[in-house]
Design a protein around this ligand. Structure first.
Ligand code: NAD
Length: 303
């Protein structure tokens, strides 16, 4: 039976360590602070932000939510970010994405002071990651590395294949694996013979955004499979296609009208030696890593 990499359990370990670090900072008179900018009211973003703010409270991190309306301009947001950059009590600034179409997202992300960029999206932090220097790293891929480290999964010398080349997940994931001495291949929508490449992977990371895209024939026997995808399936037929008659998923579908499915088909995990479930895998780690990044930012900036 493959090992299930339990993201909730690992997130619990990380949060417990963050709480200890927060306490140590408080004893030196420093309360780490996170500011979250949430533009407009996008239901999914509101849920994410609320849970980030709640976790801050649980761990003793000060948090502040700024909620400009969806009509806010890029200039107004830049002024907001500049004010947060200048405040000593704010260590981390997070701009919840996606932003409305009229807002210049790139300009805004570049306006965040690199030392407060807890999402690790600023070009300075991207460059630090690329050159193997310490800096703030994107939460989701950093969470995957923590998971591998904490569960003693070797990375050095392994063939790692990342499907997806986004700036948020795929590219930084590949860079972190490379920095950990894996032999890394990045695949994307134009990759020829994708299955031929993924079949070589000792570590396979799927960050695509397509439900059940990775099938069993694409997975090497004994591979470690990391499923980053979070996809909502709203048709009962699809739920059955992925999960058969699994009573738990059926009950979730009846209650919520949708079920969350990763980028890896549940049957594909059978070939693996270890895998991350969806939900309860990588997704559970992202907020824990955001908290860890906020404390790291406070430690680096305020010593
Ligand atoms: P994205 O849309 O920015 O990137 C998707 C990538 O998949 C692209 O690089 C594209 O080239 C590749 N791709 C698309 N179709 C493909 C195909 N047919 N064959 C090979 N590659 C293909 O998405 P993203 O922001 O990187 O997110 C990917 C998934 O991860 C989504 O499901 C998202 O919801 C999820 N996600 C989860 C977390 C988390 O906390 N667990 C965080 C961020 C994103």
């Amino acid at each position: 039976m493959p090992l299930v990499l339990d993201g909730v359990e690992i997130a619990g370990e990380i949060k417990a360590e963050v709480a200890v670090a927060v306490q140590a900072l408080k004893e030196r008179g420093v309360v780490p602070g996170l500011a979250v900018i949430l533009v407009g009211s996008v239901a999914a973003s509101e849920i994410y932000v609320r849970s980030k703010v709640k976790t801050c409270g649980e761990l003793g991190i000060y948090s502040e939510m700024l909620t400009p309306p969806k009509t806010v301009t890029t200039d107004e947001l830049l002024t907001m970010v500049a004010a947060l950059n200048g405040r000593d009590d704010i260590d981390g600034i997070l701009i919840q994405l996606p932003l409305p179409g009229h807002v210049d997202t790139k300009r805004l992300l570049e306006a965040v002071a690199p030392e407060k960029d807890v999402d690790g999206f600023h070009p300075v932090n991207v460059g630090r990651l690329q050159s193997g220097q310490p800096g703030l790293q994107p939460c989701t891929p950093a969470g995957v590395m923590e998971m591998l480290r904490r569960r003693d999964i070797p990375v050095a010398g392994k063939n790692a294949v990342v499907i997806g080349r986004s700036d948020i997940v795929g590219k930084p994931m590949a860079m972190l694996l490379l920095n950990a001495s894996a032999t890394v291949t990045i695949c994307h929508s134009k990759t020829a013979n994708l299955a031929g490449v993924t079949q070589q992977a000792d570590i396979l990371v799927a960050a695509i955004g397509r439900p059940g895209f990775v099938t069993e024939d694409m997975v090497k026997q004994g591979a470690v499979v990391i499923d980053v995808g979070i996809n909502r399936v709203v048709s009962e037929d699809k739920v059955r296609e992925f999960f058969g008659d699994d009573p738990k998923r059926q009950a979730t579908f009846e209650k919520r009208g949708s079920v969350v499915v990763g980028d890896v088909h549940p049957e594909a995990f059978r070939a693996s030696s270890a895998y991350t479930p969806v939900p309860g895998g990588v997704g559970a780690l992202t907020i824990a890593m955001l908290m860890a990044n906020t404390v790291k930012a406070a430690e680096l900036r305020r010593g």
